[in-house]
Structure formats: C-alpha cells, structure tokens
Design a protein around this ligand. Sequence first.
Ligand code: CTP
Length: 410
Amino acid sequence: MSGPFGGRRIALGISGSIAAYKAADFASKLTQAGALVDVLLTKGALEFVTPLTFRSLTHRPVITDLFDINSPDAVEHVAIARDIAALIVAPATAQMITKVALGIADDPLSVTALATNAPLMVAPAMDAGMWDNAAVRAHIETLRERGALIAGPGRGRMASGLHGWGRLLETAELLGYAAMLLGRHGDLAGRTIVVSAGGTSEAIDPVRVITNRSSGKMGYAIAEAARNRGARVVLVTSAGLPDPVGMLVVRVESAAQMRDAVLDACDGADALIMAAAVADYRPAAARADKVKKEEAQELRIDLVRTPDILSEAPRDVVRVGFAAESRDLLANARAKVAKKQLDLIVANDITVPNAGFGAETNKVTLIDRDGNLDDLPLLPKYDVAMRLLDRVAALLSARVGKRPHAGHAH
Ligand code: CTP
C-alpha cells in the first residue's frame, strides 16, 4: 500500500486517560492506512477501554500484561521493541510521561519505551493545570531533548469540564505527526520547501471577490509529502482546508498577499512549488462600500494584472510551476517553462475525468527545462506529490554548493 504508513509496524501505547477512547479511532485509521499496529495497554487504560476494542480494529494481538507467562504476548513485547518503526504513546498521561522520562519500566508500555531504539512520539492528555505543572514540563523537555516528537496537547474542553491545554489531539493531527515521525530522516531532511496552495481571491468590494477554482488539495498533498520526507515546510495558502501539523502555515487571500508571503519564505529556502491558482487579474480598485443593485443595470469592472510570483522568485531556489490547461497541454506547458525560467512544470489537463479541481486523484505530466516528459498515470494526489518530490530531490542534490542544513529542529 502507498502512503506514509503502508507496511510500517507501529507500536501504539495507550495509558490511562479518558482520551483512550480516541485512540481507538487513531488505531483504526492507522490500520486502514496500511500500518501494522501493535497495541500496548496499561492497567490504567484498561479501566477505560478493552483489549477487544483494539484487537477488533487492528486484527493483531493486544498486549496488556508483562508477566502472564501463559500468554504468547508476554515475550512478544521484546520482539516489538526490536521490530517497530515507531513507538507512539497516545494518550500519554502525566504519569506515563514521568515514567518514560525517568526510565522506569514496570508495565508493557514503559518497558517497550525503555527497550526500543525506534523513534518515539508522545501525545499528552491530561486535565487542565497538570500540563502547566513544572514537573510535567521538565519531563517533556527531557523527552524532547532525547529526540521524542511531542504532539500536542491541544486546547479546549476537558472531560472534567475545565478548559485549557491538555486535550489529546484529533486523529487527523495524530496521523500527521506520526507520518512526520516516520519520515523525519527522509531524503528532504534539512531542506526548506515552500508550497503555495488554493485559489487567491481578489476583492471587488467588501463582500464580493474574483477567484479561481482550486480546492488546494494538490498543494496540501505536496506540503504533507515534503514534511513526511523530512523537509521543513512553509505552506502559503488561500484554501479553506484545515492546517496540516508539523509545518508553518501562512494564510493569505489575494495574489499580492501571496506574493509577499512566498517571497519572504523563499529567503533561505531550497525549493518553491507553486500549486496555487493565483488570479492573473484583480479589480483595478476594490470598492470601499458594497456595490448596490440600484446603482446601475450593468456593471463593468476594470481588471489589472497581478504580480507574477514565480517569475519574481529567487533564481537559486528550485522553482516548480503548475499549468492547468484545457487544450494544447504540452505546448502551453513547455512555453511556460521557458517563459518563467522554471526547473520543472506540472502540466495538468483539466478535461481528464477525476483529475484536477476538488478530485482526490490527478493526472499530470512533468516537464523539465530540457523538455523531457514524464507522463504519470492517474494517481492519488499524495502519490503525484511523491513523484514530483522525487524530481525535486534529484534537482536539489544535483545543485553544487547547496547542501542540506544539518540538524534543524521541527
Ligand atoms: N503563478 C504565479 N503568479 C501569478 C500567476 C500564476 O506564480 N500571478 C504561477 C501559478 O501558481 C502556476 C503557474 O504560475 O504555478 C501558472 O502559470 P500561469 O502562466 O499563470 O498560468 P495560466 O494562468 O494558466 O497562464 P495563461 O493564462 O497564460 O494560460
């Protein structure tokens, strides 16, 4: 299976928090994404959820006891510590965080944490106030210094009725952090990649805009795939999708705002991938007040060109453009590579079914500056993103004098 989780063996450790019920959804989504999920439940977790819940979702053994010698799972935890690609503790209670930080090993989860060399992700969940406790913070810092990825917690309402920091992150966020953890030493580690996404909107008046069709899904897939290969990602977006975790997200509306944000982010970056559908024209002047129907039977809006962001981007950054065309795809796309001096263009025939706007799949041809064509089949957008990033990674390593920056922190 494709995607960041296909065929990866992950230990999911669940400690005793009411948020343990959310871990069932997380285990299910990881399994659906192709991961082999071995669940470890502490005694505290067993007060909230049952092994059967997780066995049913993962179709794999669930480990609850270190010392039950009649169970084949009793010895299994040693093998798990050796064979996993990652250990994820979600939810991680204050007590479990303390145990792992201090190296106390007295339950299947803390033993696995001590025994494994696999990367560790900790998703805290605790009542408001506990997260602010100095002891908890000190242990979290210890884990972070040792290389653990701390995912959350989020802010909001707790089961106790209190509000504050301490909520377990949502499943989609946990999946994002898990994918990032698995790929953090990937081929884009140490690189900074700027990605734009979504259609910009250009104001006519305070209510109305001119915009381009674009869901932003292709750009978000590229940003997530780059993150999952270890890159530091800046996503400049005008799309209405939720913020992906593990990257800097800059929200903009107009082409002018996108230009400023993209050019800012390009300073020191390695690559720019412009998946955004930037408006080529904007109203010459946005009206301060709402246009009223009574004003006139007909309305004319003067349009002026917006700045071309790709053409302004620094030349030492690998520059990738998109060309959405409804006819003469290859000729138009080739002309754009030359005109905008691009390293690569992603040419996209918008008349192909299940490709382009809003779809989960895309059908594209990659064209480089020498005119070489790579005609990809219809693929999920994440897979298109991975194929595109293969090319970007190759372009980056072919550049002399620009090596990845060592040891950046997320
Ligand atoms: N782009 C940009 N700045 C703009 C407009 C577009 O950087 N003001 C980028 C897009 O993000 C995309 C590529 O340029 O990567 C598309 O090129 P463009 O020439 O704008 O495409 P079309 O608008 O389709 O061009 P044309 O109208 O000539 O077909």
